[in-house]
Ligand binder design. Sequence first.
Ligand code: NAD
Length: 356
Amino acid sequence: MPVIPVRTALRNYDAVVRHGALQGLAEHLPGAGKVFVVSTPDVWELHGDKVVASLAERPHGVLLMPGGEERKRLAEVEALAERMATEGGDRSSVVVAFGGGIVNDMGGFLAASYMRGIPVVQVPTTLLAQVDSGVGGKTGVNLAAGKNLFGAFHQPCAVVIDPQVLETLPEREYRAGIYEVIKCGVIADRPLFDMLEQQRAEVLERRAGAVERMIADSVRIKAEVVSSDERESGLRRVLNFGHTLGHALEAETGYARFLHGEAVAFGMRAAAYLAELTGMLAAAEGARLRAVVDSYGPIPSLAGVAAENLVARLSRDKKTIQGRTHFVLPEEIGHVRVVTGIDPELVLSAARAALE
Ligand code: NAD
């Protein structure tokens, strides 16, 4: 059973990856206070019974919230907090954020703010959330001005990952998570990338061994990066590989056409072209990277998206600091570098190539 330690300035904790981990959830909860499980109705309906069974000995309540990016808003967190207050939430309470990345972000933010901060245990249930949003302590909500603009860093006291829950995940959501795993392979783990290339069938069939390896290796990479750079000042930026033009694509299409992971798939293809154009990456490596991304597709049609509009959006991205856009570009599969000051014409060419 992989247990991955995460070390941060404020808290050390473990991420546990184990088939059937939900049944042992109670072992990972701190203190003895009331547990508030935050979840969405669909996840609760599918998997809530296991959580309830594991919490039998512990006072608990369930707070169901609406899913969807448009409801990832401060008002919904406030509504959860009001319900916690009426249902006996106090400083000894613990939040369990049980759901996809939206629940992890909102449940985490609820815990960060309730009575100025109570513990949260992250229990991610989509592949994307298991490999990305459980570990790291980023929590928050969307503003009208943009995604994830309002929030706090609040490290969980444990991350409990049960790959078994992925059996009910819709195919498109599952594939969207695989793109984040490809990202991890490209930034830091060539053997993981090789596995995705060679064991496509096992991965897509969700065979236990392949799924556990994808999750454990990705979490290990995120844990290492987060442990050395909690607040994304430098090293943590490598996790944004594929996200610069990926975010631009999401925004340009109104967050309606592509899932986050699908936009990252596009962003990784574009970044590979850009790395080739700047002379950083050998053409054969770039082609291999794109072939693996494509082999888990296709993503929805890119028809009607203009490269010029994507590039224009980069200057408005929150990752653009003082007018300088940072790109995370591969030097080879398994190793990336953060690069600034790239000629906008090259960025445009790379975006055009990725759109074709
Ligand atoms: P999501 O939370 O919307 O979940 C996708 C859908 O799958 C939802 O309808 C959800 O209810 C359903 N679902 C969840 N688990 C299921 C299961 N086991 N079986 C069947 N259905 C299930 O989307 P997501 O892709 O998990 O997360 C995206 C969000 O995560 C974005 O808001 C993004 O900003 C955030 N995120 C945060 C971080 C971070 O570090 N904090 C990292 C990555 C992404």
